[in-house]
Write a protein that binds this ligand. Structure first.
Ligand code: MF3
Ligand code: CO
Length: 250
């Protein structure tokens, strides 16, 4: 069942969303040569707790950190650790914060120093695909209108969308129905209604769509070794434009 949030619940989701967006911004500012992925995780965890919130990801299905940090050919769910970021890396940060009974969830890919033009264009295509998708995040449209718009934008730019992982409803639980694939057919899926809160999250590979999970049980990387990017916001379906709850968006 897709839950519709009340006005009070929406207020709480705004608060969770703001903290989550600020955590993403903090992580993004820390992305520079010489920093370890653990340092980012630890600063973000501290920040979230200082706001009175709890990191949504920590211990979720046994996940050992507060942030996912996925570098270069890693698509999602990279576990922070001793890895030192170097100039030219692209770094996907995914973070969630829980406060007042509700979650925010958002992600973005950041450049570490100067990066290649190809890498920058992968980041740009991924981010823009989110905005192409949410043009259809309006009451009366169907869920896969969003999915299809993301897919067609990504593929028309020579990239591919990951199939095995999807966006999702978000609220009192981090993952609620519906699943929101980044591929699909216009006119299919549930009808969108005001009060739905959705995490739309294109995961985009510069090469082929195939992914594999590393032996750590979490890190998802591309099979062909080409790079990947990720972009996510929690949004609210309204009677007009969708509201980005994890604003300011990056
Ligand atoms: N943000 C991810 C999602 O949308 C969650 C990361 S999985 C976790 O599904 F285990 F790290 F929490
Ligand atoms: Co998500």
């Amino acid at each position: 069942m897709i839950t519709l949030k009340s006005q009070t619940e929406i207020e709480l989701m705004r608060r969770a969303g703001k903290i989550t967006a600020a955590a993403r911004a903090l992580a993004g500012e820390m992305v520079r040569p010489g920093v370890t992925t653990h340092e980012i995780d630890s600063a973000v965890e501290q920040f979230i707790r200082k706001q009175g919130a709890v990191p949504s990801f920590l211990h979720y299905n046994g996940y050992p950190a507060s942030v996912c940090v996925s570098v270069n050919d890693e698509v999602i769910h990279g576990i922070p650790g001793k890895r030192v970021l170097v100039e030219g890396d692209i770094v996907s940060i995914d973070v969630g914060a829980y406060i007042g009974g509700f979650h925010g969830d958002c992600a973005a890919t950041f450049a570490c120093g100067k990066i290649s033009q190809e890498a920058q264009s992968l980041i740009d295509v991924t981010r823009q695909s989110f905005f192409e998708g949410i043009r259809y995040a309006r009451e009366g449209h169907r869920l896969q209108d969003i999915s299809a718009a993301i897919q067609s934008y990504v593929e028309s730019h020579g990239c591919s969308v990951v199939r095995e992982y999807v966006g999702h409803g978000v609220g009192a639980k981090m993952h609620e129905p519906p699943e929101i694939p980044n591929y699909g057919h216009p006119g299919r899926g549930p009808r969108l209604l005001r009060g739905m809160t959705l995490a739309i999250e294109p995961m985009v590979n510069a090469g082929k769509a195939a992914i594999q999970v590393l032996p750590d049980g979490w890190t998802v990387k591309t099979v062909d070794g080409k790079w990947a990017a990720h972009y996510e916001n929690t949004i609210l379906i309204t009677d007009g434009e969708p509201e980005i709850l994890t604003a300011p968006a990056i």
